[in-house]
Design a binder for this molecule. Structure first.
Ligand SMILES: [Zn+2]
Length: 125
């Protein structure tokens, strides 16, 4: 019995490593798709949207989360690319709870991001 447990353990470790490797690849693909989307947006917005949608699909499949930067570029409403000045409008509302309002010009989806004062911003690596 002993060897079997050892075998299962080893198999589990290998499977885990494969999964980790797949996620790493998925992360890199998402990164590249966002870069492509931003670059393509100057010429073809629809293609740029498709890149972002593809990135979203990869993220869901491999359970890889978008980074903060990627989340800002992604519209939850239409799944397209959010580009300030092009497909998105950004306004800062300083009253009461200061927040940033990002409006998708394609589908009208509104996103509010609170700005917290006195708090050091965490630097994501
Ligand atoms: Zn949208």
């Amino acid at each position: 019995m002993r060897w079997r447990i050892g075998f299962i353990n080893r198999l589990a470790t290998i499977l885990f490593r494969v999964k980790e490797y797949e996620r790493k690849i998925a992360k890199e693909r998402i990164e590249r798709l966002f870069q492509l989307a931003v670059r393509m947006s100057k010429e073809d917005l629809k293609l740029a949207d498709r890149y972002v949608q593809l990135a979203r699909r990869i993220s869901l499949k491999h359970r890889v989360r978008f980074t903060k930067e990627q989340k800002l570029l992604f519209c939850k409403g239409c799944g397209g690319l959010l580009l300030p000045g092009r497909t998105a409008r950004i306004r800062i509302r300083p009253r009461r709870e200061p927040h940033v309002v990002i409006t998708c010009l394609k589908c009208g989806y509104i996103r509010r991001i609170p700005i917290k004062r006195r708090e050091k911003r965490q630097v994501s690596t």
